[in-house]
Design a protein around this ligand. Structure first.
Ligand code: MTE
Ligand code: MOS
Length: 757
């Protein structure tokens, strides 16, 4: 066992503790970025002037009328930018654009004494536009060949030959919608300038270092002039990985120009119309099976809807292509990927980061083909699982594939599936108007950033003379429980009680050059860095102790008087990773996270309405660092996936009318999120046993994103229930999201041509 993964006997990791801020969250005492406004002296408020057009040239922008409005202090435009007028890292996102690329695109920002003054000022700014043609839907973009960025291909074997020789070949198209993050806390920034002109930005950001870099390049200043702090976020879900930078830059620019603190917080409608979402995808595929139902070949072209700029679309696409295999061995593959450019918000990271979209495609393929092959879908899935010795299409050996089988068997046993399958069949035979479906799907999700350099982290651990400990690390807290785990890691490695350790907010002047808190890797990375710092301190203290077994406080005091350094910086990098983004080959992931879910649904044939009756999950988190946190992540991820796949229906105006390109689902009244009412009647979650992960911090595994994809089981159960309205062997195409309306049409199709008219 590695030094990193070995747990001491009295470990604080592994204890089922509540989230470190749980009491603050539920009592309303937890501070979020925008709460700081009330503690800030004379802040100004920022309001955007947003484009009503999906695509247009700005021919005139006159801020003068805004300055006539009471309380308006300044209007920020492109002329005010001392550095680079760009909000992204790809240099394709002008902060103050002269050509607007989507409805809601901010052309300038108004600063006011109150938010209301800024809002009225923004309404007074005069902007003339020359409308240009806009590409709105993904299919339109494909037809117009409107693409951006790289066009990666993953290839192995000889697909054409394998498809030619396959006993069964099927083809199809699979489309899926995007998803709004709908974090409870919308984007927020608060910028201040100190007496030396240095900029301090508090931001709701998953990537403080990149926010710092963008603010610095917009201001034309070096990074050391800009400090970014993130107290915590009220959810990020990937939506605050790349998207906060521009807002932070606007606030920072306003603060440097006025000398006053500037606060920028989006309303819900602004957040939904201005910021990026999960990418919708379009896929075409051809698949070949042997007579035994084994996958022989898969050719697929995935096109993602990137929106107006690249943002994270390329890495999201790469992860989608790397997850098209999910848990299945496919000897011959050719996967094409491309990013469409459309005149919509710039789509971005969202929990799973393309993984869910890739996996939806292969699960859709298997779900549609199983009836055509005459094989039970669960059998078809299981007989195609990876086995030891096989590698993914991008060349990484699949380690521990037996864990998928173990999780699958555990779900089958704990969920009493054999008996329930009979019950479903009996129900369906007896009820012409309601049908049930029971489906199992696996998850195999690669952990680490594909981009190797991001797999590093730093930490700072201070032991004070009184023996109390303060830790700081490069990761941000968005509700996922990272800080809880980091406190447990520090207490474990120093061998002190949890109460002796406090954690300070994430800021770029404490730990520099951090990666985004993303890819579910933050515990692996920051936990490794914290442990590295603590281990240095422990080694020094051990020398001071010299076998005497002194109590912690005494030992710390003695060390101080002996002039021994009581604090340390820690660093961690994941070893053994490499990735060639051109060849799309390598060993990008440290390990795979595994899970299996079984879902049972009941569909009403008259309306398409359905209920999820029961879900059983077994998920692999290694040796859990914090079982309550992990349980929360699994439940929360699953429900968020359920929302994406069954309820959340982003609609854009695709007509040629004046609203073309407008997001018509701009609030919770038109965009349906999962609520208690849509939860499964029964939800059973278990952690996979005997799952120690050697070489990861205290034997644990990442948990943040993978459980989202367990919700594919619900979609497959809905497909099977819809198919049960038709004759045996009915293959059903199901739209995503599988809203009741979509399920209704699937039922109609299953019932046969007479019903679809
Ligand atoms: N859980 C909560 N409560 N809120 C969030 O915003 N983000 C998810 C996941 N779980 C999120 C969450 C996403 S997209 C990722 S990548 C991981 O948490 C990031 O944190 P981790 O690396 O600590 O798992
Ligand atoms: Mo998560 S989508 O990697 O922030």
């Amino acid at each position: 066992m590695s030094e990193l993964s070995r747990r001491p006997d009295d470990a604080v990791v592994g204890l089922a503790l509540p989230h470190e801020s749980a009491a603050l969250h539920v009592t309303g005492h937890a501070l979020y970025t925008d709460d700081l406004v009330h503690r800030t002296h004379r802040p100004l408020h920022a309001h955007p002037v947003c484009s009503p057009h999906a695509h247009a040239r700005v021919t005139r922008l006159d801020p003068a009328p805004a300055m006539e409005v009471d309380g308006v202090v300044r209007v920020l435009t492109a002329e005010d930018v001392p550095g680079l007028n760009d909000a992204g890292v790809k240099h394709d996102e002008p902060l103050f654009p002269s050509e607007v690329m989507f409805v809601g695109h901010a052309v300038c920002w108004v600063l006011g004494e109150t938010l209301e003054a800024a809002r009225l000022g923004a309404a007074a700014v005069e902007v003339d536009y020359e409308p240009l043609p806009a590409v709105v839907s993904l299919v339109e973009a494909i037809e117009a060949e409107s693409f951006q960025g790289a066009r990666p291909v993953i290839e192995r074997g000889d697909v054409d030959d394998a498809l030619f020789g396959a006993a069964h070949v099927f083809g199809g198209t699979t489309e899926m919608a995007g998803q709004e993050h709908f974090y409870l806390e919308t984007h927020a920034s608060l910028a201040l300038v100190d007496e030396a002109g240095q900029v301090f930005v508090q931001s709701s950001t998953q990537h403080p270092t990149e926010t710092q870099e963008i603010v610095a390049h917009v201001l034309g200043r070096p990074s050391h002039d800009v400090t970014v702090q993130c107290l915590r976020m009220g959810g990020g879900f990937g939506g605050k990985e790349m998207q906060p930078h521009g807002f932070a830059a606007v606030a920072a620019l306003g603060a440097t120009l006025t000398g006053r603190p500037v606060r920028l917080r989006l309303t819900r409608t602004q957040d939904m119309t201005m910021t990026g979402k999960r990418h919708g995808f379009h896929a075409t595929w051809r698949v070949g099976f042997g007579d035994d139902g084994c996958l022989l070949a898969l050719e697929a072209t995935l096109t993602s809807d990137g929106g107006w700029s690249l943002d994270l679309s390329e890495p999201v696409l790469a992860r989608a292509l790397c997850h098209l295999d999910n848990a299945y061995w496919i000897p011959h593959v050719r996967f094409h990927g491309r990013v469409a450019r459309t005149h919509k918000t710039s789509q971005t990271a969202f929990r799973g980061f393309g993984g869910p979209q890739g996996m939806l495609v292969i699960e859709d393929v298997l779900g549609r083909c199983a009836p055509l092959l005459g094989i039970d879908p669960a059998d078809l899935r299981r007989r195609n699982f990876y086995v030891e010795g096989q590698a993914t299409p991008y060349g990484q050996p699949v380690r521990h594939p037996a864990r998928v089988v173990a999780a699958w068997d555990q779900v089958v046993a704990a969920g009493d599936l054999a008996r329930r399958r009979e019950q479903v069949a009996a129900h369906n035979a007896a009820h012409p108007h309601t049908k049930r479906g029971l489906a199992l799907t696996p998850v195999k999700f690669g952990i680490s950033f594909n981009f190797t350099a991001f797999n590093q982290a730093g930490a700072l651990v201070h032991v004070y003379k009184d023996g109390s400990v303060l830790i700081n690390h490069g990761g941000t807290e968005m509700g996922q429980g990272l800080h809880t785990k980091m406190l447990q890691v520090a207490a474990t490695s120093l061998g002190v009680p949890l109460a002796r350790v406090r954690l300070a907010p994430t800021r770029t002047d404490k730990v520099p050059n951090t990666s985004a808190t993303a890819a579910s890797s933050s515990t692996d990375l920051n936990g490794g860095a914290i442990k590295h710092a603590c281990d240095q301190i422990t080694a020094r203290l051990r020398e001071v102790d010299a076998g005497r077994g002194l109590a912690w406080d005494k030992l710390v005091q003695e060390a101080y008087f002996g002039r021994v350094q009581l604090w340390a910086a820690g660093f961690y990098r994941t070893e053994g990773l490499h990735w060639d983004p051109v060849a799309m080959q390598g060993h990008p992931f440290k390990y795979f996270s595994y899970g299996v879910a079984a879902a049972e649904v009941e569909v009403d044939g008259f309306t398409g309405a359905y209920r999820t009756r029961r879900v059983d999950i077994v998920h692999d988190v290694g040796d859990s660092l914090s079982p309550l946190v992990d349980l929360g992540q699994i439940e929360g991820g699953f429900v968020q996936g359920l929302g994406w796949l069954t309820l959340e229906d982003l609609r854009w105006d695709e007509t040629d009318g004046p609203g073309r390109g407008r997001l018509t689902t701009q609030s919770a009244s038109t965009y349906k999120l999962p609520s208690i009412g849509e939860l499964p009647d029964e939800l059973h979650v278990a952690l996979l046993d005997h799952a120690h992960e050697d070489g990861a911090v205290y034997g644990s595994k990442a948990v943040g994103e993978p459980p989202l994809m367990l919700a594919l089981s619900v979609r497959e159960a809905l497909r099977q229930a819809a198919a049960a309205f038709g004759p045996p062997g009915t293959s059903v195409e199901l739209a995503s999201p599988a809203t009741p309306e979509a399920v209704f049409w699937a039922v109609q199709r299953a019932r046969g041509p007479a019903c679809t008219g």
